[in-house]
Design a protein around this ligand. Structure first.
Ligand code: SAH
Length: 371
């Protein structure tokens, strides 16, 4: 029995056309490949033996020559508000987190695009890990598949936000392929409108995204209204300035009734003054925008504090008075560190921030084993 598998034998890494080609390589017809893709993505079945509408010999050949890899769910933590954080173990032993945020009417899955993150935003715990590695397309899309089937929501209209660990535009090709897999009509058949890609503004990636046939919703993590301020909070701003970012947003093609969501973390005494609010409104003038305010989720090792609610409301009110659409993000799952900017897991390589986080016992139990 052959044990050497070609590199494209991991079907979870392939889009539908590639799965069809891989199955045809085993001497089967294209529609058999389509069926395999449906089993994996629409029905969540990865064991070839259970793909009962395929002939027995084909199932046996596929079982011998191919596989459908998937991260394993190592732990599930359920927050008081129902938010569930999944700690997933990847094939190489690294860990990522993905979060299910139940809501009415929309159910949202927040998934990661990298192990760690290279962007190092001043207030984000994931940034303290540094970038460990990119996720593959299969690893990104499979987080959605696992949670969708785990929560029995696979056949409903759920939302996906690429707001977990990592910067999606810093792992561009894998992210776009994952979106292609998730939106395939024979798979989970997501509407691209139900996927939101959140970025700090990696401009070459943003320009490329503007020309994609499959367009997710765009969220831009702004967090500051001057270069001086943004340089400190979002270091990538030193490379791609605020003016250039806003310019790229202005040029970004938007479908009817769509808006760019600008995320703005509110840090007490840093970027939450009335002047900041007025500047933010001016900056976004003429852009089809909505603003999502994120009062900081505090964490040990993060040197900022969350503004009081009346401060948040005053900031929001100024934006509203300027005619902007504003939402304040209710933080979900803070008690289990599943909220924005709180995702951090152990990597093999420890950055100073990771060591700090570990010392403060921020990590999930799997990560604490070596302490
Ligand atoms: N790298 C992408 C995807 C991460 S999305 C991006 O930055 O857009 C996660 C969102 O949560 C971002 O807007 C991020 O800036 C924000 N965030 C990070 N740390 C946070 C914290 N401690 N409190 C609240 N929001 C935070």
């Amino acid at each position: 029995m052959s044990t050497i598998q070609p590199p494209d034998s991991d079907l979870s890494e392939l889009d539908r056309a590639e799965v069809e080609a891989a199955v045809m390589d085993q001497g089967a017809r294209r529609f058999h490949g389509t069926q395999v893709f449906q089993w994996i993505w629409a029905r969540g079945v990865t064991d070839f033996a259970a793909m009962t509408d395929l002939a027995q010999p084909l199932r046996a050949t596929l079982a011998e020559r191919c596989r459908v890899s998937a991260p394993t769910i190592e732990t599930r933590q359920v927050s008081a508000d129902g938010t569930t954080k999944f700690l997933l173990r990847l094939a190489d032993g690294r860990h990522i987190e993905a979060v299910y945020i139940p809501d009415t009417p929309a159910q949202t899955f927040c998934v990661s695009t990298q192990v760690g993150c290279a962007m190092n935003c001043a207030f984000c715990l994931t940034g303290k890990m540094g970038l460990v590695r990119n996720l593959t397309p299969g690893e990104i899309a499979t987080q959605v598949r696992l949670i969708a089937h785990e929560t029995r929501l696979a056949n409903t209209a759920f939302n996906v936000v690429l707001m977990g660990m990592g910067e999606p535009l810093h792992n561009y090709d894998a992210t776009m392929k994952a979106i292609r897999i998730l939106t395939d009509a024979k798979g989970l058949a997501m509407h691209p409108k139900r996927i939101t890609l959140s970025t700090v503004g990696v401009l070459p990636g943003l320009e490329k995204l503007a020309n994609e046939p499959l367009m997710p919703n765009l969220a831009v993590s702004l967090h500051a209204t001057t270069n001086e301020q943004r340089d400190r909070l979002v270091p990538v701003n030193r490379k791609y300035t605020l003016e250039d970012l806003i310019d790229a947003c202005r040029r970004f093609p938007l479908a009817k009734r769509r808006r760019i969501m600008f995320e703005y973390v509110l840090l007490a005494g840093v970027n939450d003054t009335p002047e900041d609010a007025h500047r933010l409104a001016r900056l976004l003038g003429g852009i089809k925008a909505k603003v999502n305010l994120l009062p900081l989720n505090e964490a040990p090792g993060i040197a900022f504090t969350r503004p009081a609610d009346d401060r948040v409301n005053a900031f929001a009110q100024i934006l509203v008075d300027h005619g902007l659409v504003v939402t304040v993000r209710r933080s979900r799952g803070r008690d289990i560190r599943a909220a924005c900017g709180q995702l951090i897991v152990d990597g093999q390589r420890r950055s100073p921030g990771q060591t700090l986080a570990a010392a403060l016992r921020l990590e999930p139990s799997a990560g604490n084993a070596r302490l």
